[in-house]
Design a protein around this ligand. Structure first.
Ligand SMILES: Cc1cc2nc3c(=O)[nH]c(=O)nc-3n(C[C@H](O)[C@H](O)[C@H](O)COP(=O)(O)OP(=O)(O)OC[C@H]3O[C@@H](n4cnc5c(N)ncnc54)[C@H](O)[C@@H]3O)c2cc1C
Length: 387
């Protein structure tokens, strides 16, 4: 089998790369090689099945890894809103700037990309894993066949959620060609914490402020849902804060259950005391009863000021994460100093790398898909320049 371009991995970045190539050079003989039984399976499950493809608030501060490369690849004026052109779907931003297809169906995004691939005549090899690749871009497939290509693009994703065939085994392809790999961590993931003070809160969801700190320094702050679980904490706010703690030991979370004026809170507690409320009930009506009791028990005093300060800074020690099986994205990956600004390998001519495979990841809110699509575009543009 001989192709002009072989794209390894039919996920978000691989499909964007293929579509970009087909639209600009329809004469190319392109193969998309996908280990799974379907193209874009992970993409179809993103954003709770609704597909949060990008964000209106785009900045390098929402990315981790090589920010210069992010600026050049993902934030350049011609790529910042590439999703508008990539899909045959109308897109719409919600009040938080998260952009979704108007129909809120991520599978429609995949259908749109597959339509373009089929229409453009790309060859799609499903249930086919690339097991080896050499410097002449000759690939060995799981079927035992070999395939050669003039250009190859590795778009094999990261290590998050192996049910999507992203078990991390594909890093070895890049490594076999001389690329280095940074340490890998799960990100956008639930956090394990000490549960001494939260065991009784299991199953309770609360809207609160969350600050991640290490050695007295604030790493990040957010606000939103926290759900107490048997292992620690989950919820939107935890997902949002997890990228800042994923690769650090010794982080603490400070939960602010009462983001109001101290005075107001203290007055409310004092009034309850005067009315004869028992200690355990001093936050009743202000917070979920169980949370109120957990705060007062932990505080160990019935002084209104002490209760108020515990409610505003309820500390949990982070002891780990739920791991790659639950994470949405991988922190770390193939070292970016091994690729050019067009994402071509510095070690193998005509080999490009894109997507989560590289050591770049983003915050929750559409940043990872935008990186996947824009890096797929960048690889395609690099190839188009060479034709
Ligand atoms: C549940 C979930 C929800 C998410 N929601 C969002 C969201 O709403 N917004 C957002 O921005 N991000 C979201 N993400 C993250 C986002 O989906 C990924 O960052 C993005 O899909 C990465 O794109 P990619 O092309 O690099 O990798 P993937 O989309 O993971 O694609 C890689 C593909 O390569 C294939 N492959 C791997 N190895 C081989 C091989 N050796 N040979 C052939 N094929 C191979 C895999 O089967 C896979 O299909 C979510 C992730 C998950 C798990």
């Amino acid at each position: 089998m001989n192709y002009d371009v072989a794209i390894v991995g039919g996920g978000a970045s691989g499909l964007a790369c293929a579509v970009r190539l087909l639209r600009n050079a329809p004469e190319l003989k392109i193969a998309v090689i996908e280990a799974g039984e379907r193209l874009g399976k992970k993409l179809a499950s993103t954003g709770n099945g609704q597909g949060n493809v990008t964000n209106t608030d785009m900045s390098a501060e929402y990315y981790f890894g090589n920010k210069d490369l992010v600026k050049k690849i993902a934030l350049s004026p011609d790529r910042i809103s590439l999703e508008e052109q990539l899909f045959h779907c109308m897109l719409h931003a919600d009040e938080r700037g998260r952009v979704y297809p108007v129909g809120r169906q991520a599978s429609a995004l995949v259908d749109s990309l597959i339509h373009d691939l089929q229409h453009g005549g790309a060859e799609i090899l499903l249930n086919t894993k690339v097991t080896a690749i050499d410097k002449r871009l000759k690939m060995t497939l799981s079927s035992g066949q070999t395939l050669t290509a003039r250009f190859a693009v590795l778009c094999t994703g990261g290590k998050a959620q192996k049910q999507y065939k992203t078990d991390g085994s594909a890093y070895a392809l890049a490594q076999s060609l001389g690329h280095g790999l940074t340490q890998l961590f799960p990100s956008l993931v639930q956090l394990k914490t000490d549960t001494e003070h939260t065991k009784i809160l299991k199953g309770i969801r609360v809207d609160c402020g969350v600050t991640a700190c290490m050695n007295g320094q604030t790493l990040a702050r957010t606000h939103g849902d926290v759900i107490f679980t048997e292992y620690g904490v989950s919820g939107n706010a935890i997902f949002a804060i997890s990228p800042y703690v994923a690769d650090r030991h010794g982080t603490v979370l400070s939960l602010n259950f009462l983001p109001f004026d101290d005075e107001k809170i203290i007055r409310d507690i004092e009034e309850k005391k005067k009315l004869g409320y028992r200690d355990g009930e001093l936050l009743s009506g202000t917070l979920h009863n169980q949370i109120g009791r957990a705060i007062i028990r932990r505080c160990g005093s019935n002084r209104a000021e002490d209760i108020c300060s515990t409610a505003k800074s309820f500390i949990l020690n982070v002891v780990g994460t739920l791991g790659f099986d639950y994470a949405q994205v991988t922190r770390g990956g193939v070292e970016t100093d091994g690729v050019t600004e067009e994402l071509e390998s510095k070690y193998v001519r005509n080999l490009f790398l894109a997507g989560e495979l590289l050591d770049i990841d983003g915050c929750c809110g559409g940043y990872n898909l935008h990186w996947a699509f824009s890096s797929g575009y960048a690889a395609a543009d690099g190839i188009l320049k060479r034709l």
